[in-house]
Design a protein around this ligand. Structure first.
Ligand code: XUL
Ligand code: CO
Length: 437
């Protein structure tokens, strides 16, 4: 039985193909910059957006036509697994990601909830084995249920904190069972609405304590996934503690957790923080903490997380530029944390959306590889900072300069000469590369 009878296996057909169910740029086995595209991009399907949610927004109920929705309860959860693997295999995506609550419904008690989870995890494990599809990461949903109204790791209620800890413990066991390569913490409600009722210091200390417990338990059970924190500045809370890459890195440094975590960066979260995606990647890369990506795009005119599928070629190119300069994503990958629009409610739209995103990233990879090969930006940057490779600049960089020495130099150096930054020229060159690839 097929959940997507109208969709064939998706294959690469090249840029001139007008087959709507074909890749135009994503050629999984093609070698680019020393590795296959598949190895570079490590795509993942996000279970929640693609299998679980149905297009509801604050003004209307779901619109999505999903043939598995004729089931309910655990039957629905099981049907979703079948649909998920059909979609993932047809799209040639090597990985998927999920929250515990995406794949199995909550029961009346935590015990029952865990039993539901175990049943679906066993089913998923069989499908992973027969298809070769792997789990990029799993995570715990500690934000949907009303118990998390005040947060999970940063709640004021110790009973809720304990519940969250139990959920994470189970999540680590599930991750180990399914061979997850990473484990993600996104601070769904880890933030605050008003400082008037908030003990920020205690909340942050408690969050760090929870992370430490997770590390200890993963070590205890021999789960060797890379831990990832996913920054987001706001939504659902007014202020999220993992605001952006820099804030999260400061947190990890402060609490001595930097060696065990990396960052899972999301494009739309960067937009909400007032950054470009490539800015977030650069900050993480500088600190050796670039872990994985949640690929999507926001809308510059909207102030919330629209989670659109990524189609902006400038963004995918500059993102892949950072990824290549990082030497790849290691255990991480590119997870489509993206949803089809509410009006794109037909099942085929799920394929169009993923194909669009995969092709946009594939194109970005190819263009970024050529830009790096030709040292386009490297040469420009090298020239721009040449003054720090000789004379007084070299002394500054080598830590030999003092204020007095620099004053002596400045006093006798009357004619300061600056050179153009050539921004428009560089943007034109970027366009040339994009158009000629
Ligand atoms: C929410 C978001 C989450 C995380 C996983 O904005 O990005 O889906 O990726 O909890
Ligand atoms: Co995300």
């Amino acid at each position: 039985m097929s959940y997507f009878p109208n969709v064939p296996q998706i294959e690469y057909e090249g840029a001139r193909s007008n087959n709507e169910f074909a890749f135009k740029h994503y050629e999984p086995e093609r070698i680019v910059a020393g590795k296959t595209m598949k190895e570079h991009l490590r795509f993942a399907v996000a279970y929640w957006h693609t299998l679980t949610t149905g297009g509801a927004d604050p003004f209307g109920t779901g619109t999505a036509i999903r043939s598995w929705d004729r089931f309910t309860g655990m039957d629905l959860a099981k049907a979703r697994v079948e649909a998920a693997f059909e979609l993932i295999v047809k799209l040639k995506v090597p990985y998927f990601c999920f929250h515990d609550r995406d794949i199995a419904p909550e029961g009346d008690t935590l015990r029952e909830t865990n039993r539901n989870l175990d049943t679906i995890v066993a089913l998923i494990k069989e499908h992973m084995k027969s298809t070769g599809v792997k789990l990029l990461w799993n995570t715990a949903n500690m934000f949907t249920h009303p118990r998390f109204v005040h947060g999970a790791g940063t709640t004021n209620n110790a009973d809720v904190y304990a519940y969250a800890a139990a959920q994470i413990k189970k999540g680590l066991e599930v991750g180990k069972e399914l061979g997850a390569e990473n484990y993600v913490f996104w601070g769904g409600r880890e933030g605050y609405e008003t400082l008037l009722n908030t003990d920020m210091a205690l909340e942050l200390d408690n969050l760090a304590r929870l992370y430490r417990m997770a590390i200890d338990y993963a070590d205890e059970i021999g789960f060797d996934a890379q831990f990832l924190i996913e920054p987001k500045p706001k939504e659902p809370t007014k202020h999220q503690y993992d605001f952006d890459a820099a804030t999260t890195i400061a947190f990890l440094q402060h609490y001595g957790l930097k060696d065990r975590f990396k960052l899972n960066l999301e494009a739309n979260h960067a937009t909400l923080a007032g950054h470009t995606f490539e800015h977030e990647l650069r900050v993480a890369r500088m600190h050796g903490l670039l872990g994985s990506l949640d690929a999507n795009q926001g809308d510059m005119l909207l102030g919330w997380d629209t989670d659109e599928f990524p189609t902006d070629l400038y963004a995918t190119t500059l993102t892949m530029y950072e990824v290549l300069q990082n030497g790849g994503l290691g255990k991480g990958g590119i997870n489509f944390d993206a949803k089809v629009r509410r009006a794109s409610f037909e099942p085929e739209d799920l394929f169009h959306a993923h194909i669009a995103g995969m092709d946009a990233y594939a194109k970005g990879l190819k263009v970024a590889a050529r830009l790096i090969e030709d040292r386009v930006f490297e040469n420009a940057i090298e020239r721009r900072y040449a003054s720090f490779r000789e004379g007084i600049g070299k002394e500054i960089v080598e830590g030999k300069a003092t204020l007095a020495a620099l004053e002596r130099y400045a006093l006798q150096n009357d004619a300061i000469v600056n050179a153009s930054g050539r921004q428009e020229r560089l943007k034109a060159v970027l366009n040339d590369y994009l158009l000629s690839e």
